[in-house]
Unconditional design. Structure first.
Lengths: 320, 332
């Protein structure tokens, strides 16, 4: 039994991963589709949730065609139970909740809709739930990311991608601080402080904790633990040897030294023309080209995820 | 993992506490690459001010650790902090003992910005590593002593052979006396009975044997004296080394002892097991690679490799690099 930050008990041992990246086109949906396929092949009951509401395409990577039912029906109150919008795929054990057909209005969810969706996802019962998020640092994306304290960030070895990933991490940090302060009734006090924190120079964790301690000395340890509990796995996609074999490990070290949370490197996925071939031919890459180097690398990433998750399976809901 | 502001100099440069000067230079160079303005790894991560502060901290770390005196003082300060933190934690435990709580106090004012609750364990690891290093050093010294002892024993063996020589000399001299008496008798007999050449041959054989042993003994004396001289040279005047003098790698270990920094000028230079062209190649090093020179023998230079093993490179393949360790130059 785990105690969430809100003080409510959860008995949730599902493994919920939220996959983001900051920049678009880094391969989030591709990775989610292939990770899910491999996990399902290994006998796990897997659900993929497409929460890239504005640019949904996860179903295409799974070669499903245009889904007839999606989150649109659930959010539009046509369907009351989220289980009714779960679609089975051609791969046994692998299900998907698509957001195909969601309009831009739905992409900018109202607060009540967002809470409803997060609560519904938290009630789903699967071995693995992998949530595919959109690009950018919109507060809805950040809140969806914080559904789980186990995130996966996908980046490519390019300056724009790296830049957006760092920005995404900083945004997550600030969002999480806001959430935790709200939980502790410190929201009004801290809002001004955080609003004044420039993005280029976000106050260090020590400074924040010093500030918090002035108002709430009793709870600072649990706040601190809550912030530090966030674990992020990094995947380096579209890897090319020119950047050096150790690039992924090096950037993980940088994150660990400078960016608030705990990071571990899950692996690289090499740039491979067969990936484009599989997408063009409407095939699932790891099934079609299981012999390819990139497929082997995705298998290795799955192994890293399962080994890591077997150590500690946590899925704490942010909003209860 | 701890965040940057909480890391000590060894953690910042990502190297062990027993790192050599060569490793420190390399770690510093790597760190400069990571935090340089054009590095992809930290692209857009820091503001200009933050980057300047980080580079300054790297420079401080480098200059502290590369200087033996400063490094010793820094290591001592780490140990002090460790013990202080332990005391403070004990104090807090006693304060909060009734509540059954052990509060981890981050950035307490008394400790300063560098100290965290994690520092105790880190520094204990460091002090453990230091003790390991001390153990390693002592084992190295004992190993060194062992090697010296073995050389000494070797010379003693040669010296020990001298009593053996004198013993055989005594035996042979006694035999000579006996045999010469016997031969005189024989000569006398031969004069009487006829020519017999046995005594001459036997006598000649014995003298050759003895002269050979004497030559050996002389050689042993010379070698012994030579060994003594070499020992004195190594002990007393390490700066007056000639090409034939061989230095133990441990004799030079800090930048103070060897101010020059060498680098490889060949495209790809072979590092060999022994100072001969036909000996086995251990590894190859690329052009411009910094070399940790620990000694030389004729045309060959002895160097310490990354794994602390010893290799040899031909003198023509390396050159001295200026000792100025300006950060910008290293970055270039």
């Amino acid at each position: 039994m785990e105690r969430s930050i809100s003080g409510k008990l959860t008995h949730d041992h599902r493994r919920v991963y939220t996959v983001a990246g900051g920049k678009g086109g880094t391969g989030k949906s591709f990775t989610v589709a292939n990770l899910g396929t491999i996990l399902a092949q290994q006998g796990n009951k897997v659900l993929l949730v497409d929460l890239d509401l504005g640019a949904s395409n996860l179903h295409t990577y799974l070669a499903l065609g245009k889904p007839q039912i999606s989150l649109k029906q659930y959010l539009g109150k046509e369907v009351n139970d989220i289980n009714h919008v779960v679609l089975e795929t051609t791969q046994p054990n692998l299900s998907i909740i698509s957001s195909s057909g969601c309009s831009l209005e739905i992409a900018n969810l109202y607060y009540a809709q967002k809470i409803k969706l997060i609560r519904a996802i938290n009630k789903l019962s699967y071995d693995y739930i992998i949530i595919d998020l959109g690009s950018g640092t919109h507060f809805n994306t950040l809140d969806f990311y914080l559904i789980s304290n186990r995130g996966i960030l996908i980046t490519t070895p390019e300056p724009v991608s790296i830049e957006n990933m760092f920005r995404f991490i900083k945004s997550i940090y600030l969002r999480k601080l806001r959430a935790v302060f709200k939980d502790y009734g410190l929201n009004i006090i801290c809002r001004e402080y955080l609003n004044n924190a420039k993005e280029s120079h976000i106050a260090s964790f020590s400074d924040i904790m010093k500030f918090v301690r002035q108002y709430d000395d009793e709870n600072n340890t649990s706040i601190e633990n809550y912030i530090k509990d966030e674990t992020i796995g990094l995947i380096l996609n579209q890897f090319r040897w020119q950047v050096g074999n150790e690039f992924g490990q090096k950037i993980t070290k940088i994150c660990n030294k400078h960016l608030y949370f705990n990071y571990h490197f899950l692996g690289t996925i090499s740039s491979d023309n067969k990936i484009a071939d599989a997408t063009m031919n409407n095939r699932v890459f790891v099934k079609e080209y299981s012999y390819a180097k990139a497929a082997t690398e995705i298998y290795n990433i799955v192994r890293a995820i399962t080994e890591e998750s077997s150590k500690q399976a946590l899925a704490l809901p942010l909003v209860s | 993992m701890n965040k940057f502001e909480e890391l000590n100099y060894y953690e910042i440069l990502e190297m062990p506490v027993n790192a050599s000067s060569f490793e420190i230079r390399r770690a510093y160079r790597n760190a400069l690459e990571v935090y340089s303005d054009h590095s992809l790894l930290t692209y857009s991560l820091f503001s200009v001010e933050e980057r300047v502060n980080i580079l300054k901290k790297l420079e401080d770390a480098y200059h502290t650790l590369i200087d033996r005196t400063k490094r010793t003082a820094y290591d001592a300060s780490l140990s002090d902090k460790s013990s202080n933190t332990n005391i403070q934690q004990d104090h807090k435990l006693s304060l909060h003992g009734h509540n059954g709580r052990h509060r981890m106090d981050f950035n307490s004012d008394e400790k300063g910005p560098c100290l965290t609750a994690g520092t105790a364990s880190e520094t204990s690891v460091i002090s453990q590593s230091i003790s390991t290093e001390t153990r390693a050093e002592s084992s190295l010294i004992s190993k060194n002593r062992g090697s010296q002892k073995s050389l000494h024993e070797k010379s003693l063996e040669i010296v020990d052979s001298r009593p053996t020589i004198s013993f055989w000399g005594q035996v042979s001299s006694k035999m000579i006396v006996i045999i010469s008496l016997f031969s005189l008798t024989l000569i006398a007999l031969s004069a009487i009975l006829g020519p017999l050449d046995l005594t001459g041959k036997y006598f000649l054989h014995l003298t050759q044997d003895e002269s050979h042993l004497e030559a050996k003994a002389k050689q042993a004396k010379v070698e012994d004296a030579d060994f003594g001289d070499r020992k004195d040279k190594v002990k007393e005047k390490p700066e007056n080394l000639d090409d034939k003098t061989l230095i133990a790698p441990e004799s030079i270990s800090s930048p103070e002892d060897l101010p020059e920094v060498y680098e490889n000028i060949a495209t790809s230079a072979n590092i060999r097991v022994r100072p001969t062209i036909d000996s086995r190649i251990i590894t190859k090093i690329p052009s411009g690679e910094e070399i940790n020179v620990v000694g030389k023998d004729g045309e060959w230079t002895m160097l310490k490799l990354d794994d602390h093993s010893i290799g040899w490179i031909h003198r023509s393949l390396i050159r001295k690099r200026p000792t100025n360790t300006d950060s910008s130059e290293i970055a270039q």
